[in-house]
Write a protein that binds this ligand. Structure first.
Ligand code: PRP
Length: 213
């Protein structure tokens, strides 16, 4: 039996996913050691390998088959736009992709004014404004703390993830438009889905059953 390899977006997503896997009998003892500097973890008995990667790299590992299965947020899947199968909504890490800004920016959106949009997700932002709203905007790519942009005058609005809304509220901003719901997803390499059909289907059905209980 060949190894089935999982790439997990490191952080909260990976921790929650490993708990879900544990409940369906897939566990990896050596991954639980918080102090370890190891990058790849193996369960010899089940012939499974696990590695943690930066979220935006997970779809890349899966597209190229370096990982058979990936666990990553829908935001990253949309932004990276890789060739892979999205097979399951894991139902956690729920949040929304939104256009946010000060209340004063609402009319700029309504009037289709040429505005600047800052985001960590330029592809999602471009797709929304150009293909859905048919509004020409200038998109500025940022790498974090995107809420700063409208406060310091870099852009009129932002496209960002909203979970509790606390970050926006504490900075005098709000949701102006909702783009799409987000959550953690399981993605599968297109060749692996055929070659390892049985093992992968079993994991998906076990997870589905566990979620419904
Ligand atoms: C995300 C997102 C928002 C915040 C939303 O940032 O970009 O800033 O969480 O959460 P809230 O609605 O519960 O306040 P993250 O913590 O990933 O860091 P970042 O600023 O580097 O994007």
């Amino acid at each position: 039996m060949r190894y089935l390899t999982f790439a997990l977006a490191k952080g909260r997503l990976a921790k929650t996913a490993m708990k879900m896997f544990e409940e369906i009998g897939i566990e990896c003892q050596e991954m639980k050691d918080d102090k370890t500097r190891k990058l790849i973890f193996v369960n010899e008995e089940l012939k499974l390998k696990f590695f943690l990667a930066k979220a935006s790299d997970v779809p890349t590992y899966v597209e190229y088959g370096a990982a058979d299965i990936g666990i990553v947020g829908k935001d990253t899947i949309l932004e990276e736009d890789r060739k892979l199968y999205e097979v399951m909504d894991l139902g956690f890490g729920k949040c929304k992709m939104c256009v946010c800004g000060p209340e004063s920016a609402r009319e700029l959106l309504q009037n289709h004014t040429m505005i600047r949009v800052a985001s960590k997700y330029p592809k999602i932002a471009k797709d929304y404004f150009y293909n859905k709203k048919h509004q020409t905007v200038e998109i500025i790519k940022l790498n974090g703390s995107v809420e700063l942009a409208p406060i310091v005058g870099l852009s009129e609005v932002i496209v960002d993830i909203v979970e509790t809304g606390t970050t926006l509220k504490e900075n005098g901003l709000g949701v102006l438009e909702e783009i799409c719901p987000l959550s953690a997803r399981m993605v599968v390499n297109q060749v692996s889905m055929k070659m390892e059909d049985e093992r992968i289907r079993k994991i998906i059905s076990d997870l589905k059953e566990q979620i419904s209980n």
